[in-house]
Design a protein around this ligand. Structure first.
Ligand code: SF4
Ligand code: SF4
Ligand code: SF4
Length: 355
């Protein structure tokens, strides 16, 4: 482990900007809100900012992306294909542990199964990740309930942990070690690991009662969802509150669903576009002939909670599909973000137990 003065954070970002396209938390000029974005100026990265409103998934899974183009020559009856080559490596600086775990969930989905998604793989390769461990949680956070934070355990090149005027700098890869040498960092000494553990323990102790209470309940809720012991009344109650806006899927670092559409241009070219989709939309499961097996909104809503909290998903991906970032709770106009849903189900279980 090394020591890096906080004043050197800009030098770290600048060093990475020489070899990578830089992405990180920035503050919106108009509102001061933290957003995760591509940055040209390394000084724009704000490591001290709260968790950004948007997750970093758009870096590897853009909201809308042309995955190929083709032209059909009617005379010759031939098709010519074009494909964009993605070559620029990317550095993600200042990721929080929950968002890094979200990225690892996407890796398992896009790269860890029989079919490997080559578009995702192209974005993901040659990436440099600097995670910023949370020395205190933000109000909506509940990563302690989903084992996703506040400190990262794997998947990073560098992990930073704030320690007064310094960061404890851990290299998680050869690239991370090389960056430490390039920045001329000093070794942190033998007590550093213990100091980091204390800082993270203090951060965990700061999670509010609701998050820590839900910690005990997440596994019971997963059990109930998996075994079908949630009454239809609860799913209807949750479904009735859904505005079908899709915001929960779009801000979720682990949501991976997409749609594919061919868009014709006037020049005779057709662009095949991949764009984010949401299981809350009525058209999500619509089939040819207009048949839709999940037309009622409660059928669509419980799909989301199965995806995030059912045991079958956990068994497949070795963890819950939720990383506890709390963004869906913050954006949902119907008050049915994951933390609230766990609370609703918890109340139902408690009520049933009391009978
Ligand atoms: S959910 Fe945890 S890891 Fe994510 S920002 Fe909050 S405290 Fe940090
Ligand atoms: S954010 Fe809330 S209201 Fe909107 S689709 Fe998601 S669950 Fe429904
Ligand atoms: S389900 Fe909600 S809290 Fe969980 S990872 Fe997605 S946005 Fe974050």
């Amino acid at each position: 482990m090394y020591i890096m003065p906080k004043s050197q954070a800009r030098a770290l970002a600048a060093a990475l900007a020489e070899d990578y396209d830089l992405h990180g938390p920035v503050l919106r000029e108009e509102s001061g809100e933290p957003m995760f974005d591509r940055v040209e100026d390394p000084a724009a990265i704000r490591l001290e900012a709260a968790i950004p409103y948007n997750p970093p998934k758009s870096v590897v899974f853009p909201q809308a992306e042309r995955i190929m183009s083709y032209r059909y020559d009617r005379e010759a009856k031939t098709v010519s294909l074009e494909r964009d080559d993605l070559v620029r490596p990317k550095a993600l600086v200042g990721l929080r542990a929950c968002d890094l775990n979200g990225l690892l969930c996407l890796d398992r989905f896009y790269l860890g199964q029989e079919y490997v998604d080559e578009f995702y793989r192209d974005h993901r390769k040659k990436m440099f990740i600097v995670v910023n461990n949370c020395v205190r949680p933000f109000p909506q956070c509940f990563c302690v309930c989903t084992d996703s934070g506040p400190a990262a355990r794997e998947g990073y090149d560098v992990a930073l942990t704030g320690d007064g005027d310094d960061y404890l700098f851990e290299a998680g890869s050869e690239k991370g070690q090389a960056l430490a040498r390039r920045l001329g960092l000093k070794e942190a000494g033998p007590g550093a690991a213990g100091r980091k553990a204390k800082i993270i323990d203090a951060s965990i102790a700061r999670f509010d009662a609701e998050a820590t209470e839900n910690k005990a309940w997440i596994s019971r809720v997963m059990n109930r969802i998996t075994t079908g012991f949630i009454s239809n009344d609860i799913w209807e109650f949750i479904g009735d509150q859904c505005f079908e806006c899709g915001a929960c899927s779009f801000v979720c670092p682990t949501c991976s669903c997409f749609n594919i559409e061919d868009i014709n241009s006037r020049e005779g070219r057709t662009d095949r576009m991949r764009s984010w989709d949401s299981c809350s939309y009525e058209g999500y499961t619509r089939m040819a002939g207009e048949h839709n097996p999940r037309r009622p909104v409660e059928d669509r809503r419980n799909k989301r909670f199965f995806c995030k909290l059912s045991y079958s998903q956990s068994r497949k991906y070795l963890r819950p599909g939720c990383v506890g970032c709390g963004r869906c709770n913050r954006v949902c106009p119907g008050d049915i973000g994951i933390a609230n849903v766990v609370t609703y189900i918890r109340r139902e279980i408690t009520k049933a137990g009391a009978k």
